[in-house]
Design a protein around this ligand. Structure first.
Ligand code: MTE
Ligand code: MO
Length: 203
């Protein structure tokens, strides 16, 4: 009998292969520090949870958590850079590529920016191009286990090419927009794009 073991496709983020892998002004630490805009993160009700991709798309998407887990997924290894000057090497994520979801939703030509919506009220904005990057994921596993609540359960956006505040935890929605609009930290002076190699930290 021949047994085939199907390995999940593993992507190493291209930013890990850069010669200037550690962005300017950053230092390596061993594990991500948890940051939240709320003191207490509730245990979300997964039965009523729905993920939505909406706004300027031909085909809005809506999935229960079970449906999300059945979509084609990949593993991703990527460094993680917080604007407060710490970086963590090679975090292993698993989830659905945002490029795949966009291919299902078919953005209208006018869709240029994205607002990410989170269950506790956090938001963050970014140019839509970043969701077409191969290493941008909606992750539901981290370091080989279901993603812990403090790191974003049920679903976390991971965008390795931008500072970590764009990697939103507890995501319920991705909204495609024509015009850029500031999210939670962007309203408080953080950069509208946030490329760590260009040190786009604030304003
Ligand atoms: N929903 C949500 N996502 C968030 C945040 C937040 O407060 N709420 N903080 C951001 C910031 S500033 C950073 S550095 C990272 C930290 O990720 P961690 O808490 O998993 O270590 O999450 C980002 N995503
Ligand atoms: Mo951060």
């Amino acid at each position: 009998m021949i047994i085939y073991v199907m390995e999940k496709r593993r992507i190493v983020s291209s930013v890990n292969l850069r010669e200037d892998r550690l962005p300017p002004g950053q230092r390596w630490i061993s594990a991500p520090i948890v940051y939240d805009i709320v003191d207490h993160v509730p245990q979300w009700d997964i039965q009523s949870y729905r993920f939505k991709l909406f706004g300027l798309v031909e085909n809005p998407l809506e999935y229960s958590y079970e449906e999300l887990l059945r979509l084609p997924s990949v593993e991703l290894v990527a460094d993680f850079h917080c604007v407060t000057r710490w970086s963590v090497k090679e975090i292993l994520w698993e989830g659905v590529q945002t490029s795949y979801l966009l291919s299902l939703a078919r953005p209208k030509p006018s869709a240029k920016y994205v607002m990410v919506h989170c269950l506790e009220g956090y938001t963050t904005n970014l140019p839509v191009e970043y969701l077409y990057e191969e290493d941008s994921l909606l992750a539901y596993r981290m370091q080989g286990a279901p993603i812990p609540l403090r790191h974003g359960y049920p679903l976390r956006l991971v965008v390795p090419k931008l500072y970590a505040w764009k990697s939103a935890k507890y995501v319920w929605g991705i909204e495609l927009m024509e015009r850029d609009a500031p999210g939670f930290w962007e309203q408080r002076g953080y950069n509208m794009r946030g490329d760590p190699w260009k040190e786009e930290r604030y304003w």
